[in-house]
Design a protein around this ligand. Structure first.
Ligand SMILES: Cc1cc2nc3c(=O)[nH]c(=O)nc-3n(C[C@H](O)[C@H](O)[C@H](O)COP(=O)(O)O)c2cc1C
Length: 136
């Protein structure tokens, strides 16, 4: 991603509207803003450190976060999407327009048999993304 950004002169971004997901994220303690990937050339599935620009609505602004891009193999067969967990944010983003910059690839998506293990891994992903994004 960093090589791509250097060559492009800007981050690789995915733009779109926040859709209603399965609402599982809030139960897991990691609520996510979900976006479709239809008709886009999809980057490698996996977990990314992201910079999120909220372009519309009362929460307009720039945020840091961590996102999952892919099919969520833990939960069976799903349409590929982009799910961003935004740090230190509490509010609704449904229907708002987001631009998500993929800054760094952290790891591939994994199929967890134990939800506690997924939640623990999401915590580690968040710490890693926070460290990567500290100077952004
Ligand atoms: C940081 C992060 C890491 C994730 N890693 C995985 C993963 O390795 N495997 C997986 O199946 N889903 C992963 N997910 C996706 C979650 O399963 C998904 O966000 C959750 O089920 C909520 O989905 P919903 O918003 O559609 O309800 C990850 C999500 C985040 C935010």
């Amino acid at each position: 991603m960093r090589d791509a950004a250097r060559m492009l002169g800007h981050w690789h971004r995915i733009d779109g509207e926040v859709l209603h997901g399965d609402k599982r994220g809030r139960d897991l303690g990691f609520p996510t803003a979900n976006m479709a990937l239809d008709r886009l050339h999809r980057p490698a599935f996996g977990i990314y450190a992201v910079l999120v620009d909220v372009l519309t609505g009362p929460n307009k602004g720039s945020y840091k976060g961590v996102a999952s891009l892919g099919v969520r193999p833990t939960f069976g067969v799903n349409n590929p999407n982009l799910e961003s967990y935004i740090f230190d944010f509490s509010g609704s983003l449904y229907g708002e327009h987001l631009s998500v910059a993929l800054v760094d690839y952290l790891r591939p998506e994994l199929k967890f048999t134990d939800l506690d293990a997924l939640v623990a891994q999401m915590g580690r992903d968040s710490e890693q993304a926070r460290a990567i994004l500290a100077d952004h």
